[in-house]
Design a protein around this ligand. Structure first.
Ligand code: FPP
Length: 242
């Protein structure tokens, strides 16, 4: 049993995998007359708090959308600022994070600068034996691109004669995704009032429950996450059945 906002929830009812679209940094900053970078900085603080909270309540997988393939189209200054924040985080995460958390960077690592890519790989390597929560940070990530990448990998296997087209199944395709071996997200959260998936975990979201809120990400607190989880535990999931 776990206490979430004065409610007692059976641990078995918690979502195993939560995914979050961390949205609203820019609007949070604008409302306060601050530069967008201030919103991202505050958003990164929120991210750290939410990671800690998820670990504390026993979430097994947390995936956050930190930078999409489309985000490369933002002004250079904003991209540089986000990359700098991420670099800073990757540098410190190995020691600052709860020592049980394993970090995976999901997305097109080849699009990252050599230094950021190196730090991402090092953090994955340094935390790979950890057995607590898996934290997936989606970086230069796009759901369509991920599916294309997996499809190509399968086509190459067929071309090499390692498998037949009829061996292409949901399982073999899932095994080529960045999230291979992980359960699909049970709960996807999007703050900031938007109600879109925005190319996030397209394949994996097939049966996810969605939870939206008008709170902007920098103002998002663990009570909001607890609220989302409590709402999730009240839903009846039928997975296409009756
Ligand atoms: C969307 O808000 C947010 C992003 C594109 C970046 C998310 C990044 C962070 C929260 C920081 C991540 C840092 C670490 C260390 C993981 P937006 O800028 O599109 O907001 P808006 O829609 O209000 O303009």
């Amino acid at each position: 049993m776990i206490h979430l906002r004065k409610k007692t929830v059976d641990m078995a009812c918690l979502p195993k995998h939560i995914a979050i679209i961390m949205d609203g940094n820019g609007r949070w900053a604008k409302k306060r007359g601050l530069p967008r970078s201030a919103g991202h900085t505050r958003g990164a603080e929120t991210f750290k708090k939410i990671v800690r909270y998820c670990g504390e309540i026993g979430i097994s997988y947390l995936t956050v959308y930190a930078f999409s393939t489309e985000n490369w189209n933002r002004p250079r200054e904003e991209v540089d600022n986000l990359m700098h924040l991420l670099e800073e985080y990757l540098d410190k995460a190995g020691t600052e994070l709860d020592s049980r958390v394993r970090v995976r960077i999901i997305g097109e690592k080849e699009m990252l600068s050599p230094i950021l890519r190196e730090k991402a790989i090092k953090l994955e390597e340094d935390t790979k034996e950890r057995t607590g929560m898996v934290l997936n940070i989606a970086l230069s990530y796009g759901g369509r691109q991920e599916i294309l990448h997996a499809t190509r990998a399968l086509a190459e296997k067929v071309e090499r004669g390692e498998m037949k087209p009829c061996d292409i199944t949901e399982e073999t395709l899932s095994a080529e995704l960045y999230t291979a071996g992980q359960p699909d997200p049970d709960l996807i959260i999007r703050p900031s009032g938007e109600k879109r998936l925005s190319n996030f975990l397209l394949w994996q979201a097939a049966y996810a429950e969605f939870w939206y809120s008008d709170i902007l990400w920098p103002s998002f607190k663990s009570v909001h996450l607890a609220e989302a989880i409590a709402a999730f535990t009240r839903r009846e999931r039928r997975f296409g059945g009756v």
